[in-house]
Design a protein around this ligand. Structure first.
Ligand code: ADP
Ligand code: MG
Length: 251
């Protein structure tokens, strides 16, 4: 009895909650299987490590603030023939993160850009990388607010920390001159210092319409497209097709 109490108290102090939960059950199994002491200890520690890893991944996915959790295994690549599955799978292995490269996902609405961007983000979380998902409008909003409140520098420093920043929906909303400049400064600062995924419905030729200033746009594109990956999503809207299919299925 005393042994059990002491064990529980030590395990608590050492924050070995999975060991605390499982040690009795695993001890019974070890006795039945004639395991050596080392094997028993190994089995317990393996469970602790696995539980911590799962918790870490869960926390990372929460911190990334994905709008909806989406994964590669639920994506129908057949619906987007222009998208190279092999290229997406290669990206999912994460070399672009270490190389601090930019991935563009270009295509019309409903073709799965946010889905694939999120899925790659979740792969990165599983690899122990820090990820942050923003809509472009949300990021510009945060940057503008920070500037007004005199804490822009702090936010800009914080934005260099994640291994991957996903910028979703560039081109949906045009922004003010100040907004465009803040976004430009952000992109220029992250360039070669951290990976980015940028999703957009715009051809590169139309970027000036969003950023306003042609020179600023040219400078930005010059940096971002240097050593970048471009995924093209040319397809009918998946959402639209799904709703048609559902309607056809109705009596
Ligand atoms: P986009 O960002 O290009 O506008 P989304 O990624 O938001 O498109 O896709 C719209 C919806 O359709 C989402 O729920 C997404 O999961 C789903 N979807 C899009 N394309 C596919 C696909 N090829 N396979 C499975 N689901 C898809
Ligand atoms: Mg989207």
């Amino acid at each position: 009895m005393e042994t059990e109490l002491l064990l529980k108290s030590y395990l608590k102090r050492l924050k070995l909650s999975t060991v605390a939960q499982n040690y009795l059950k695993v001890a019974q199994e070890a006795a039945q299987g004639n395991l050596r002491y080392e094997q028993y200890l190994l089995a317990l520690l393996e469970q602790e490590v696995a539980a911590r890893e799962a918790n870490r991944q869960r926390a990372c996915i929460i911190q990334a603030r994905f709008p909806v959790a989406k994964t590669l295994d639920t994506f129908d690549f057949g619906a987007v023939p222009s998208l190279h599955k092999a290229k997406v799978l290669e990206l999912s292995r994460g070399d672009y993160l270490a190389n601090k490269e930019v991935v563009f996902m270009v295509g019309s609405p409903g073709t799965g850009k946010t889905h694939i961007a999120t899925a790659l983000g979740i792969c990165a979380c599983r690899q122990g990388k820090r990820v942050r998902f923003y809509t472009v409008a949300g990021l510009v909003n945060d940057l503008t607010e920070a500037q007004v409140e005199n804490r822009l520098g702090k936010l800009q420093t914080a934005l260099l920390k994640p291994d991957l920043i996903i910028l979703d929906e560039l081109g949906f909303v045009p922004f003010s001159k100040v907004g465009a400049e803040l976004l430009f400064t952000f992109c220029a600062a992250r360039y070669e210092r951290g990976a980015m995924i940028i999703t957009t419905n715009l051809e590169f030729a139309s970027w000036t319409e969003v950023f306003g200033d042609p020179r600023l746009t040219a400078a930005l594109l010059d940096r971002l497209t240097h050593r970048s990956h471009i995924l093209e999503f040319n397809a009918e809207s998946y959402r639209f097709r799904e709703s048609l299919r559902r309607r056809e299925a109705l009596p």
